[in-house]
Design a binder for this molecule. Structure first.
Ligand SMILES: O=C(C[C@@H]1CCCCN1)Cn1cnc2cc(Cl)c(F)cc2c1=O
Ligand SMILES: [Mg+2]
Length: 566
């Protein structure tokens, strides 16, 4: 490709609204351009990378035995009404009307469509197992699109769906897909972890997220420093560590704590360690009031509350709720003397508190020498807190550390959630109808491109791993006015492009501009045709190393093969 004709405008300066490196560099290197908040065009250079990632995914999907199809982005509302999700999602689900005023969704995912497709065509156990996938644009009206294509409102996803006769079959389909994902992200040159995840609104049991390690990742991974344990912190289990204290329980006392509402304030005011405090929070779980207790130095994990109560919606109650239900404002509520109709749940660690402190359910008062089970009772002690760095790993090996991650893949064991609601069944050997057991598996294809940039760049620009690079070689003559340089460059371009993807910088630009653009583009190998062109010597520089080699043009093809390990 001749660069003089190529549309990939580079920017000298960092765009002010781009906060993270991948967003900055993808704009500066001319890979993407924004057309609206969270809506992007992929320019030719960016599209070439997107296609490389897509094809790695396609190869691994096909190797895993999945077959590719393409579903429509426009989805009839009826399908979402059948699955019960039309009213479950709010403004994030983009909805359109057609000319007959019928309602449609712009597809954020395709469980409904694929299930409606399958139920018409798979009716015998002989057709199972089957895994289908597509690579297609998805639409999710994110409230806060940000970080370029890392969180955009239209994005490219590979979504796969597996269909099995039973859970044993699903486990096998899931394992195959899990292996395929590991191959995809390894081939893309990513440092990633597969972590145990929360299935969110999808229901279903097992689910894993594939996280690319990155400081700017929105997800927090809790992992053991001595074993392979790794989980999204949202769902990481905490082992109950019941420590019996030999402190004698003292008489309960009410004490004035004027204006002391936060854990820090109360602990300081009463000269107590936060570990002695009982943090009480009033939630609504599917509308029912629940008082949740965690130790003062811990954080409550509302996803765990949802799982413990098997609730659909869990949200913190407002100030006036606490006042009307518990007779006081947040900061002074506690479990002592709580009306019976309010469920009280406590994290395991609360049970070990002796002579603790909690709100007195009266403004400006707290109770001290509070002892669980003596002064208040709980419905049950559960795992309700966020895991913390330094906690023992749930598998008993090592301690927990945190890392930030970018979620690039998410695999789910769906079970029969969709096949039952949408009546997708198969006839077994005895002619009996059974619900199909499903799995769903996503990769953010465009997000993966940005994640690769986050892990592969330096101050001068992107450093593409060879497998996903937009070109193999960047061929740069220093000065086209020099006949020998022009001649050698043209000859090399004609010759190398037969076996490599070559970007030939034929612009009449100053060398400095050419090299700056080249560093921005991040093409794996740069060939500079300069002063020694007349001797047939050119300079070869790998983008991911400082060193430059002088190579005779006759050895060039072999040198490139080694550098690109093709
Ligand atoms: O998409 C999934 C599950 C898997 C992920 C892998 C590929 C197949 N689907 C979960 N999810 C996430 N955000 C959504 C946003 C909207 Cl607006 C919606 F209506 C539905 C969903 C939704 O269902
Ligand atoms: Mg996810």
């Amino acid at each position: 490709m001749k660069q003089s004709t190529f549309l990939s405008p580079t920017l000298r300066d960092v765009p002010s609204d781009a906060e993270v490196k991948s967003h900055q560099l993808m704009l500066r290197a001319g890979l993407i351009r924004q057309s609206a908040a969270g809506v992007y065009s992929f320019l030719p250079l960016g599209l070439k990378v997107l296609k490389k990632v897509e094809n790695i995914i396609r190869e691994e999907m096909d190797l895993s035995g999945a077959q590719e199809l393409l579903m429509p982005a426009i989805q009839p509302a009826e399908l979402w009404q059948e699955s019960g999700r039309w009213d479950l999602y709010g403004p994030e689900l983009m909805r359109v009307h057609d000319r007959h005023n019928r309602e449609f969704a712009l597809g954020p995912t395709h469980e409904e469509v694929i299930t409606s497709l399958i139920r018409d065509d798979i009716n015998s156990y002989k057709r199972l197992p089957m895994t289908l996938y597509q690579i297609q644009s998805k639409f999710r009206d994110e409230r806060r699109p940000r970080f370029g294509i890392l969180r955009s409102r239209e994005f490219l996803m590979k979504d796969a769906y597996s269909f099995d006769r039973d859970y044993e079959g699903l486990n096998e389909s899931y394992r195959k897909m899990y292996e395929a994902y590991s191959s995809v992200f390894t081939r893309c040159g990513l440092d990633f972890r597969a972590v145990v995840a929360d299935s969110g609104a999808m229901g279903g049991k097992d689910t894993h997220e594939f996280m690319v390690l990155s400081e700017i990742g929105e997800d927090t991974i809790a992992y053991s420093n001595e074993s392979s344990f790794a989980a999204n912190v949202e769902i990481a289990p905490v082992q109950p560590d019941y420590e019996k204290s030999n402190e004698a329980p003292l008489a309960l006392e009410k004490t004035e704590t004027p204006g002391q509402k936060t854990i820090e304030d109360v602990a300081a005011f009463l000269h107590k360690d936060a570990k002695k405090l009982i943090k009480s929070m009033l939630f609504h779980a599917d509308g029912e009031p629940v008082l949740v207790l965690v130790r003062g130095d811990h954080e409550v994990n509302d996803i765990k509350i949802k799982h413990v109560l098997d609730a659909r919606m869990v949200e913190l109650a407002g100030e006036n709720e606490s006042a009307s239900l518990l007779g006081s404002v947040t900061g002074f509520i506690g479990p002592v003397g709580v009306p019976d109709h309010i469920t009280v749940l406590a994290d395991h660690a609360v049970r070990s508190i002796v002579n603790g402190v909690c709100g007195a359910n009266e403004k400006d008062y707290h109770l001290v020498n509070v002892n669980p089970d003596r002064d208040f009772s709980v419905k049950s002690y559960e795992d309700l807190r966020l895991i913390q760095e330094g906690d023992p790993s749930p598998d008993g090996k090592g301690t927990i550390e945190f890392k930030q991650g970018i979620e690039v893949g998410h695999v789910f064991k769906l079970g029969t959630r969709y096949s039952e609601s949408m009546k997708a069944s198969y006839l077994d050997e005895n002619g009996k109808a059974q619900p199909i057991v499903m799995g769903s598996y996503g990769i953010g294809v465009s997000r993966t491109v940005a994640a690769i940039v986050e892990q592969h760049h330096d101050d001068n620009g992107i450093i593409w791993p060879a497998a996903v690079a937009p070109f193999d070689v960047h061929l740069i003559p220093v000065n086209l006015k020099q006949d020998d340089q022009k001649e050698v460059a043209e000859e090399l371009y004609a010759e190398l492009r037969r076996s490599f993807d070559v970007l030939y910088d034929d612009r009449a630009e100053r060398p400095g501009v050419k090299f700056k653009d080249s560093d921005l583009y991040g093409i794996p190998v740069r060939i500079t045709v300069g002063k020694r062109a007349g001797e047939g010597i050119v300079e070869v520089k790998p983008r991911n190393r400082e060193e430059k080699m002088e190579v005779h043009k006759d050895e060039l093809a072999d040198t490139l093969k080694q550098l690109l390990n093709v």
